[in-house]
Design a protein around this ligand. Structure first.
Ligand SMILES: [Zn+2]
Length: 296
């Protein structure tokens, strides 16, 4: 009789313990998040903190325009609770990847709500190069993570508020910094048109030989036209980019007897051994490089 009672009690306890253990492991499980490229990934990580397990598809110094997804990417997308993309045509490969993966969950477009720029009839995807847009990205990210994981909404809100304050103050200091440089000096050539949002926000005239994607190469005629413009407008500030081959920009510098000002981080962060390993660090680095050259 006694033995039976003990068994009964123990059995109940075992079931109780099992229930507690199971609900605990559900509560502590991280949500699986995919972001398409490193700059967006860093923003997502800042909002999600320790609650998310993040996979970023196009890593440091990678070119998101011409990326070729791998079978491992399809696996990551298939297992995701939510997928973040830039949109505006940046990731031309994303629809095929999502279809191949069988993923049916949410796809969040981080640029939703920004004031879009067009260049020669094409949408310009590089909206992250304006910090006021970065603030819209992180708001969209905060809202999406809150939808997917409402029980951690307070944490996402807290992370968002802290991050947003930094971006807001950087946006203002960046405007002030370039306003101090004479307008006629604020002209820059880069490898592709990744900085038109930057230019609109901070008053710099950016031009490039190829337009808003790295998929095309300039014709001899287009190059000649740009060289003529550079001579006419006395543009001596030329920058290479971390994601593109520097040969073209070197050739242009030679044509106008200029030096390359340095390398800007356009469409991807650097790895941790370089100075642009987060969105904030990337922005600070680009601003300093540009301001140094343009104020000479
Ligand atoms: Zn680009």
């Amino acid at each position: 009789m006694m033995k039976l009672l003990v068994n009964k009690l123990f059995g109940k306890f075992a079931i109780f313990a099992l229930i507690v253990f199971t609900s605990m492991s559900i509560a502590s499980a991280k949500i699986k998040v995919v972001s398409t490229f490193s700059i967006l990934g860093d923003m997502v990580q800042n909002i999600g903190g320790n609650n998310i397990e993040l996979t970023t598809l196009v890593g440091a110094n990678g070119d998101g325009h011409v990326y070729e997804p791998t079978p491992a990417d399809a696996k990551s997308v298939a297992a995701a609770d939510v997928v973040f993309v830039n949109g505006l045509g940046f990731e031309g490969w994303i629809d095929r990847l999502v279809k191949a993966s069988g993923y049916k969950g949410k796809i969040i477009i981080a640029t939703k709500g920004i004031k879009e720029l067009k260049f020669e009839g094409e949408l310009d995807p590089h909206a992250w190069q304006d910090l006021s847009n970065g603030r819209i990205y992180i708001k969209n990210i905060k809202n999406a993570l809150t939808d997917v994981d409402p029980k951690n909404s307070n944490l996402y809100k807290k992370n968002f508020i802290a991050y947003d304050k930094i971006l807001e103050s950087m946006d203002k200091s960046t405007k002030d910094k370039f306003a101090d440089i004479p307008k006629k000096n604020r002209k820059v050539i880069t490898s592709h048109d990744a900085f038109l949002y930057f230019g609109r926000a901070y008053g710099i005239d950016f031009r490039s030989p190829v337009g808003v994607t790295t998929e095309s190469e300039p014709s001899a005629g287009e190059l000649a036209e740009l060289i003529t413009e550079m001579r006419k407008d006395n543009i001596k500030a030329l920058f290479a980019e971390n994601i593109t081959d520097p040969r073209l920009i070197k050739q242009l510098a030679k044509e106008v007897n200029a030096q390359i000002g340095g390398t800007l981080y356009s469409d991807a962060l650097s790895d941790n051994s370089e100075p642009a390993n987060t969105y904030i660090n990337m922005f600070k680095y680009n601003v300093n490089e540009l301001a140094n050259i343009l104020s000479k």
